[in-house]
Ligand binder design. Sequence first.
Ligand code: GLN
Length: 509
Amino acid sequence: MSDELWTLGAEEIATAVRAGELRAADVVESCLARTAAVEPSVAAYLRRFDDEARRRAEEVDRRRAAGAELGPLAGVPVALKDNLNLEGDDCTCASRILVGYRAPYTATAVERLLGAGAIPLGKTNLDEFAMGSSCENSAFQTTRNPWRLDAVPGGSSGGSAAAVAAGSVPLALGSDTGGSIRQPAAFCGVVGLKPTYGRVSRYGLVAFASSLDQIGPLARSTRDVALTLAVIAGADPADATSSRQPVADYLGSIERPVAGMRAGVVAEVDASTLQPAVRDDWESSLDRLRQLGVEIRAVSLPHLPATIAAYYVIANSEASANLARFDGIRYGRRAKSASLLDLYLDSREQGFGPEVKRRILLGTFALSSGYYDAYYGKACGVRRELERQFSAAFAEVDLIVTPTSPTPAFAIGEKVDDPLSMYLSDIFTAPINLAGLPALALPSGNDQGLPLSLQLIGRPFAEADLLRVGRAFERATGAPAMPAGLGAALRGSTDGRDTTAIDRSGAPS
Ligand code: GLN
């Protein structure tokens, strides 16, 4: 086999490893070499497990040699967002407050990946506690977009998306509360799926906003996303919100024809307000769907314009409650303080970054007596109305389509001082979490080398439909290329990319 094993997808790897045509150890070695080459520029990982990955790969090869049955992800290297617990490793959520915390157990979704034979290569960077859209809120480092190193990878699962796009791993897990799988997938030109609320157990995912959070896969193809979803989905006694709905055969139905399906375009989305490149790509994506025999119809979601406001009230309210446990006593690094009150105050003051504090303040305010009805209560009303409007729309159409993001990846630093403009990048993704629906982000084109993306939104538990349409769209579009210049940039070429050193000054020693 060539030394370019890192370019293979998860399905190809697992099939070849199971057939004895490929050694997991060789795949892992190739991905480790690729990772070592790209990480100095991309900085997708907070920690890497090279030796442990080699050990796990040998174990897969040994089991294969002994004739044992191997799982559907046998030998597939994966990257895990650092808000997913993996027993024995840290789980920092890219926050100072969790430095030194050791996960005492493994998240169910991760456990299922391991059970299927996947091999974790490391934990990836994120916005602190998954709050952000660019990875710039990480307390430790700024991850760069593999397509253009001066651009953000998106967030909050930006490390996972960048690792997949850069070829370090074929597969990664992220979490999505208001777009954190789909928007970085869009910015990095990979496929990302936010499953229906309850489709994947949240046990072991550090909670941001419990009624919105979902774990989901990022990969370079819809088939790999389908394969992974089938592994991680399904009921879990440890998460009472996980659904007992049977898990579909996503891969088995993914190649079925899509002609005759109906896709809704939201009347309230004014295409003329999109950036010209995003608008052109959006229009050609609709044409591509039409050519596949998908009928495009208008649907109405009158409350869509109110959803960013409602999302930031609800998500921050839940976050203010969820983050109360990081107090230096129950969880979190303890400040050395003179009194008990100071200990609480100092631990939180020193442990949390500015965006997390902003959100705790906003959420606490929205939940406080006297303001509850005006903010939290009202936002919940918007959410209920939006759910109703989505289900009325789904009486008319099988799926709804929007761009995933109103812009391509923006420059590092461009929005850090303007949280409101950062929040607006969630306009097409956050409503989906409010309504608990599944949505798939698909590479659709590019703007001067930066990826663009189409979002397919489905009925509850209709992930199979999204993957099937997504697969047809992907076949029509052609598989997204890998960032071609990356290797050249790494060798120090001066092709216009910013290859200045990554600031890792915040990294824990
Ligand atoms: N960008 C959104 C936020 O900052 C979404 C985050 C997420 O999905 N975790 O809240």
